[in-house]
Design a protein around this ligand. Sequence first.
Ligand code: GAL
Length: 422
Amino acid sequence: MNRFLAKAAVAAAAFCLMITAPAMAAQDKLGGTLEIFSWWAGDEGPALEAMIKLYNKQHPGVSVENAAVTGGSGINARAVLKTRMLGGNPPDSFQVHAGQELIGTWVASGRMEDLTFLYKQQGWMEAFPADLIKLIGTENGIWSVPVTVHRSNVMWFVPANLKKWGIQAPADWNEFLEIAPRLQEQGVVPLALATNWTANHLWESVALASMGADRWDALWRGEIPWTDPEVVKAWELFGKVLQYTNDDATSLSWQQATDMVVDGRAAFNVMGDWAAGYMNTTLGMAPGKDFGWSASPGTGGVFMFLSDSFGLPVGAANRDNSLAWLALVGSRSGSDAFNPLKGSISPRLDTDLNLYNDYSKSAAGDWGRDRIVGSLAHGVTANEGFMSDFASVMEMYLKNRNAGQAAMACHAIAVKNGIARR
Ligand code: GAL
């Protein structure tokens, strides 16, 4: 009898599922298309694809166009986006870094829709940390929906290789400069580097270590000039570190620099924790066993963060579809489908950490404990104007290695872009 009842219950539940699933689909009125613009293509694509799959399930009538433009840190995508936004042809929703890349660029030029109503409707004022909401908001509104929290200042390595070479991950850059020649003697590149934006990425970790978190923050508040001796010192240290990087850096993608560490041609790489996503999701490596990590030298206890978000541009052709996309991006299920594959942690306060691997669990612990500072290379501290000018300063520095000149040039672009006082 009991068995019969149990069977009947299962059959009833299955029947309910049968009628609710199509009924839900029928209730969804959305149709047409949705264009999502980002730089998460190829190796960087799996997390975005997982979230698009969820969207397809929720809104089967909408055909999603994944308009990703390849190129780490959005190096190509951001240029395409600029042309489209200025040409009055915005995508329905696009990836943008929380912070000045959003506020000082697209919000300042009046090209984003205020999403405060969506935050209220979805209960997001309580779901996201107040400090993060501040970073994507102004007194006139809230301008995007965060999907990741990434860490920029991480050093990656393969524990078995370090053992073989008789070294440990360096706690600071002095230690690195001591062990680097020993690695070179063994035919190993001490630090793998890739194309130019990864030099900006390395620079911010070196500068943070060299000048400390207080000075880093003060720079962006315009409280100290870029010609400060401590900033010059940071450029000098950066020059020393660069001596131990590979000669072919400019021709490599960030994934190829990671590959150098993975296959033992290089000992270390400083990269954001999308590298954990690449090694775990794409290469199938186990965190803690096949690859290891530590805070980039001299930055223990500081979490240099960045956050990817999606926004709704004014004039989006498929606004309703885009709002449904944003609702998914900000939801717990969307976030927890995306982040475990990406190497990032969820910005939501109610995330299910059981879904995450050991690297992400440790990052989540640091995120709750560490001093938090913003990333330059990934849009938190400076607007597009400063970032593209900084890329030119970096190009000049990579050629002439003149620390004093780089610091002066930075001061000039900081004044030009409204960051520093004259
Ligand atoms: C960052 C972005 C990350 C990752 C990385 C490498 O700017 O925030 O999500 O995509 O670039 O391309």
